[in-house]
Design a protein around this ligand. Structure first.
Ligand code: ADP
Length: 444
């Protein structure tokens, strides 16, 4: 052993101590050796100083070796203890080791080799035990830490659940508030619209040009407000899962033309041409005509709103697998790719500032998305900033009946979706990248 070992020999017999000393010296052990002649002094020395090994006589004048070992071990004094004994009885050796001795060696067997060997073994065993104890301690500590972390996680999980619950409650309250308010506001709004329409009838009353202009403005603004209220009401119904499709067989080309006619004057007021092309061999579809028209009106009013000059094309065409596509293309401001997924979220607009140029609730596309999903359809968007946008809605010719609407509502989360591609919609052959956007869905 190359290191210098601190060794203590506890024996009242000086001759015995000498034997140990010389045997270790002969074996070439580098050491600093101390000698003590009784148990009391040995206990106090071992309490104050750290030794690498102790050679202990089993019969001391003030107490026997077994009692001293028990005392040392119960005081948590950890040191390799080799008992040197005149006894050859194995039972005694077992007893000593049970009490905490590291090894036992009969005095008759002391030689430089055996003593050095016993010393090395005792130190090795002791160090291995210490390492095992340390590893055990670390294991226990990390286990305790894991338990603490687990408890903390559980606490956080409970907190999140509480917050989720509160959020859900707040969201339900908000939806109820939106539904009630928009419903309540619609009644006076309808009265305003109705009475201004009556006032504009020449048979009913004679207005000056200026008065008629003012009433017309009241009517236009009233209609606009009613449209906004209807959007909020639809949105809250969709959010609460209370909007059911009223499915029937109808002529989709007719509904498309009706919607286009409704929007034509708004487009013309901005000098925008509105072109329609229906290319269907069979115009009959099985869907909700009011909601199909609403989808197109929403797309058209966006196209008109976000186009300053140019054209808007509406196209209806047949698709394989008994599907129908409704396409609205404009030459408007376009949408940047980073905004593609956000614009389908409720209340989200590309320009969210208070000073924004374009008005609106930010609910139109969210409602379209929800309706298209309920119809098991898909939305494709192509757009390029400065060039325009193209929204393409693909719907099954025959959607599921309302009595299986809950299934449709459950499955539309997987089957529906928005697909987009970044390119000029006017140079496209409608080949989409089919990258599905993962944006928050309505809870239906
Ligand atoms: P709103 O039109 O009430 O703002 P929408 O949900 O209909 O709400 O549209 C969300 C946003 O998507 C719009 O505010 C606009 O930024 C963008 N957008 C929708 N349609 C178009 C379009 N045809 N051209 C350019 N931007 C559009």
């Amino acid at each position: 052993m190359e290191e210098t070992l601190k060794i203590l020999v506890v024996d009242d017999d000086e001759e015995n101590r000498m034997v140990v000393h010389s045997a270790l010296t002969k074996a070439g052990v580098q050491m600093e050796l101390s000698e003590i002649g009784n148990g009391k002094d040995a206990f106090s020395a071992l309490s104050n100083t750290a030794y690498d090994c102790v050679f202990l006589d089993d019969r001391l004048p003030d107490q026997d070796g077994l009692t001293l070992i028990q005392q040392l071990r119960s005081s948590e004094i950890k040191v390799p203890l080799v008992v040197l004994t005149d006894e050859e009885d194995e039972q005694i050796a077992v007893q000593l080791i049970k009490a905490g001795a590291t090894d036992c060696l009969s005095n008759s067997r002391i030689s430089p080799e055996t003593l050095a060997q016993v010393l090395r073994n005792a130190i090795r065993i002791y160090r291995a035990e210490m390492q095992a104890a340390l590893a055990n301690q670390q294991f226990r500590e990390s286990q305790e830490q894991l338990i603490r972390q687990n408890q903390e996680l559980e606490r956080q999980q409970q907190q999140i659940q509480m917050q989720n619950f509160k959020l859900l409650e707040a969201s339900q309250l908000k939806s109820r508030f939106l539904a009630t308010m928009s419903h309540e506001l619609r009644t006076p709004m309808n009265a305003i619209i109705g009475f201004s329409q009556m006032l504009l009838r020449p048979k009913f009353c004679q207005l000056t040009d200026q008065q008629a202009d003012m009433v017309q403005r009241i009517l236009n603004n009233g209609k606009h407000l009613l449209m906004l209220l209807n959007e909020v009401l639809d949105f809250s119904k969709l959010e609460a899962g209370q909007l059911a499709l009223k499915v029937e067989r109808f002529n989709v080309s007719r509904v498309i033309n009706l919607a286009v006619d409704e929007m034509r004057s708004t487009a013309e007021a901005k000098n925008i041409s509105l072109l329609v092309q229906t290319d269907l061999q069979n115009s009959l579809v099985f869907n909700d005509p009011v909601r199909v028209k609403q989808i197109l009106i929403n797309l058209l009013s966006n196209a008109i709103k976000f186009t300053d000059s140019g054209e808007i094309w509406v196209e209806v065409k047949e698709l394989p697998a008994n599907r129908v596509a409704i396409i609205v293309r404009d030459t408007g401001i376009g949408i940047a790719p980073k905004d593609f997924k956000h614009i389908f979220e409720a209340f989200r607009q590309v320009d969210q500032s208070m000073t924004r140029k374009y008005t609106g609730t930010g609910l139109g596309l969210a409602i379209i998305d929800s309706l298209v999903r309920m119809m098991n359809g898909k939305i494709f968007l192509e757009s390029q900033l400065g060039f325009g946008s193209m929204f393409r809605i693909e719907l099954p010719r025959q959607i599921k009946l309302p009595d299986v609407a809950t299934d449709a509502q459950a499955s539309h989360l997987d089957s529906g979706g928005v697909f987009y591609s970044v390119k000029n919609p006017h140079h496209s052959s409608y080949q989409f990248s089919k990258a599905s956007i993962g944006y928050p869905k309505f809870k239906l």
